[in-house]
Design a protein around this ligand. Structure first.
Ligand SMILES: Cc1cc2nc3c(=O)[nH]c(=O)nc-3n(C[C@H](O)[C@H](O)[C@H](O)COP(=O)(O)OP(=O)(O)OC[C@H]3O[C@@H](n4cnc5c(N)ncnc54)[C@H](O)[C@@H]3O)c2cc1C
Length: 433
């Protein structure tokens, strides 16, 4: 959608072909009859460092639908230590983070000083860490038990959707660089106040249409017809699109491998694996609210819990409203195989520890969303399987969170790659004139 919008804004007339009933892909919401409300495919957290995503939201006029913290601030709860807050002051990076760490109660002073040992690697390019796991990298720099359990491992799981033992150290270092070394605003969490389609897909569709483009849903691309180095036609469930001038293929890597099996095998894209995320949405029959909108539970089944009522603008918040919560379980290789009931019970149990009044009730409605292919698996060595936007074909470019963005699978990677592919097309058209 970013690619189509960028092209439309430059005066082109893009046609977006989308297989699903509605656009938005993995970052969409839909009406769920069981919960009687619009739910996200999975709760999404944006960061201040998401420059391309924020640019898109500014363009769509929906940035105001984000709950934006002024400074980086995260609240955690753990059974042994209770409520903890990691709060950065308004100091320049990276001093804001160091200050926050020294005041983060679960960490000892020696643990905090040990963070300094990471600095040499954080201040240079991360390519040499491509084959290492995050656990190996942290161990090499003397990062011990507590700081790993309470900070690095949860941060790795949340940002790479992969447990530290199997996560790519180069990607993790790039995330840390972007979040903590560039600008103090970069590590601010930004939370959608409204269902995701209201931020992205719905306004993007409107903007593409208004700019003279087209959005065709339930239009699955089934076959590509080639003539030498040119894509000659796209065959879709709604007919054939002959002689396209330029095409951005922005499919997930698994869908691309089905459409272009020979090239995907040759380019080893099929070696890229997928990693799951499980989301559990609960609604209670009674009022219940957490002290913050986003809560980290590093040692619990629900890694992060969102209080959906707290996300609403202040004037819409009602302390008597039935409690509505969403839990995120990243890197959920194990949990993906749990039954929906077991997942609901686990999240309910986590919530009752925080809000004991809930122990005497059951959720009135629940929805479990298992996304076995939520992201590509950010394993060591995965960079080799991520192609750039350029392809061997003269009228085809690639985009998507799994392409060579240098980032883990995120909204930011998707937006960055979409814009880059569209810009390459515009540059080519400009040269041809
Ligand atoms: C549960 C969950 C939680 C997440 N949380 C976060 C988060 O907190 N922060 C964050 O930054 N990122 C998060 N992500 C990742 C983020 O959603 C993705 O990185 C991003 O949406 C990827 O966008 P994309 O355009 O590359 O791919 P997609 O969104 O997958 O878009 C690809 C589109 O191609 C369509 N398609 C597939 N095959 C065909 C075909 N043959 N013809 C036509 N169309 C086709 C699909 O229907 C889909 O709409 C999360 C993802 C999930 C699943």
């Amino acid at each position: 959608m970013t690619a189509a919008l960028h092209l439309a804004d430059a005066g082109q007339r893009p046609v977006l072909l989308e297989a699903a009933k509605a656009a938005g892909g993995r970052a969409r919401s839909w009406f769920d009859p069981a919960c009687d409300e619009e739910l996200d495919n999975g709760p999404h957290l944006l960061m201040g460092a998401y420059t391309h995503t924020l640019q898109l939201l500014d363009r769509l006029g929906t940035r105001g639908l984000l709950l934006e913290e002024k400074t980086p601030r995260f609240t955690f709860w753990d059974p042994a230590l209770g409520w903890q807050s990691l709060r950065c002051p308004e100091w320049p990076a990276p001093w804001h983070l160091l200050h926050a760490l020294f005041r983060f109660a679960p960490l000892s002073r020696p643990d905090c000083w040990r963070v300094m040992r990471l600095l040499p690697d954080l201040l240079r390019q991360a390519e040499h860490l491509e084959q290492q796991s995050v656990t190996q990298w942290l161990a090499r720099h003397g990062q011990g038990g507590e700081i790993c359990q309470r900070l690095w491992y949860p941060l790795c799981l949340a940002t790479l959707n992969e447990p530290a033992a199997s996560a790519n150290a180069a990607l993790f270092v790039r995330v840390l660089q972007r979040l903590f070394l560039s600008d103090r605003a970069a590590a601010r969490p930004l939370l959608p106040r409204r269902p995701l389609s209201h931020l992205f897909a719905n306004p993007a569709r409107q903007a593409i249409l208004a700019a003279g483009g087209e959005v065709r849903c339930q239009c699955r691309v089934q076959h590509l017809e080639w003539s030498g180095r040119t894509l000659q036609a796209l065959h879709s469930s709604q007919g054939v699109w002959p002689r396209p001038r330029a095409v951005v293929i922005a499919l997930p890597h698994t869908a691309l491998a089905r459409l272009l099996p020979a090239w995907a095998a040759e380019r080893q894209i099929t070696a890229l694996h997928s990693a799951p995320i499980v989301s559990v949405h609960l609604r209670y029959p009674c009022a219940a609210t957490l002290p913050v909108a986003l809560l980290g539970l590093p040692l619990a089944a629900s890694q992060w819990i969102l209080d959906r009522n707290r996300l609403l603008p202040l004037e819409e918040q009602d302390p008597r409203a039935p409690g509505r919560f969403s839990a995120v379980l990243s890197g959920a290789y194990r949990e993906c195989h749990w039954s929906a009931q077991h997942l609901i019970d686990s999240v309910h149990q986590d919530l009752t520890r925080l809000l004991p009044a809930l122990a005497s009730v059951r959720p009135a409605a629940a929805r479990v969303v298992k996304e076995p292919r939520a992201t590509f698996a950010a394993w060591p060595g995965c960079a080799r399987y991520r192609p750039g936007s350029q392809t061997p074909w003269e009228n085809v470019w690639l985009a998507g969170d799994w392409t060579a963005t240098g980032l883990p699978a995120t909204l930011e990677g998707a937006c960055q790659s979409g814009r880059e592919a569209a810009q390459k097309i515009l540059d080519l058209l400009a040269r041809a004139q």
